[in-house]
Write a new protein. Sequence first.
Length: 120
Amino acid sequence: MTPSQRIIAAVASLILVFLIADLVRRRKLREEYSILWLIGGAMIFIVSTSDRAIFLLAKMLSIAHPAYALFVLAMFIGLMLSIHFTIVLSKLTAQNWRLTQEIALVKTELEEMKTSRNNV
């Protein structure tokens, strides 16, 4: 990996980490979701700044050029984040569906109570 590639990767990962920290500080992103982003940014920073780490990763993945290994790592982190957020979204969708049903039941009961009170 050339020095300019390393610098670009390291700066990009630091920008990511600071952006995530700022989003948490401004309460635009919850802490539990920021952990994965921070870990991903730290992993990319470590791999991009360490000769041993980038060459070991490239060797483990049987990739000829270390810069490609860094790209594969970033894609893997993005994939894991997408899977995690899909799981969270699925849970929230199920909760929303259940709450909607409960609200409909409570609304029906309330209307029945109003109807029975008016009949008395």
